[in-house]
Every structure is written in C-alpha cells, then in structure tokens.
Design a protein. Structure first.
Length: 151
C-alpha cells in the first residue's frame, strides 16, 4: 500500500509528459522569428487558420482578455497578416480573418517547426520511431483529435 507522499505512476507520467511537451514546443519554436511574425501573432493565426472568428472567440481560444486580443489584432493588421471587419448582422461584433500573407507566414512557421522535429525523429532508431508513432497516436486519442493537417 502506498503512502500519501508516494506519487501515483500516472501522476509521474503526466508530469513527465507536461515537461516534455513544453520543451519540445520550445525547441520547435526556435525558428519562429524567421517568419517575421511574433509568437503571439503566429498563435492567433493558427486559430484563424480554420476560418473567420469573432474577436471574443479569438480571445477565448488564446486564453486572453478581449482588450489584449484587440491590441494584438491591431498589430496583426499593421503587419498585414489579419483583417478585421464588422459583422453584417451586428455592427458591434468584430470579425477577424487571416490574410494570405498571414497564412503564408503560418505555413512557413509550421514547415520550419516540422523540419526541426523531423531532424530529431530521423535520429532515432527504427524501433524508437515506431514507439514514438504509437505514443503520438495515444496522445491524439486522449485529446480526442487527430493532428491538424498542414495548411
């Protein structure tokens, strides 16, 4: 019988997964400055990749307050990577969409991140790649989704 101070194996695994995910993303994001778009803008663009969102939807997806998102969208407009417009049914609602320039930056960023990860994966032994393939499938399943296809 475990004492309360003994961590559960699932908790230890969750902690390791959390740490690994953060470090993996940090490694992959090292190339983001080469896109010419800020990390916050790239993140917002990734939400807009699926289509136009209201300012509120975008703020919720990015887990920021609407005034923060409003400032970011203004920066994105100045950079030419997003456009805002009024909702035709309710002029108080602001809609935001990615521009072609924004989608190209997002695509370049994703390609560079994937290339970084590909180099790491190629260095693995075939059995390790097979194990990683299975692990990624499990992560996708517990998230209830498959990985998003490239833009």
């Amino acid at each position: 019988m475990r004492t309360p101070a003994t961590p559960r194996p699932s908790r230890e695994l969750a902690d390791r997964l959390h740490s690994a995910a953060i470090h993996l993303l940090r490694r992959a994001r090292r190339t983001d400055p080469l896109t010419g778009v800020s990390p916050a803008q790239l993140s917002a663009l990734s939400v807009l990749m699926s289509g136009t969102k209201t300012l509120g939807e975008l703020a919720a997806a990015e887990q920021v307050r609407p005034p923060t998102m409003s400032r970011l969208v203004k920066e994105m407009e100045r950079a030419g990577v997003a456009r805002r417009s009024s909702d035709p049914r309710d002029g108080r609602v602001v809609r935001v969409r990615a521009t072609a320039k924004g989608l190209r930056a997002l695509s370049r960023g994703r390609a560079m991140r994937v290339e970084t990860l590909d180099r790491l994966v190629r260095a693995l032994a075939p059995a390790e790649r097979a194990t990683l393939t299975e692990a990624v499938g499990i992560v996708e399943r517990i998230l209830g989704q498959r990985a998003a296809p490239p833009p």
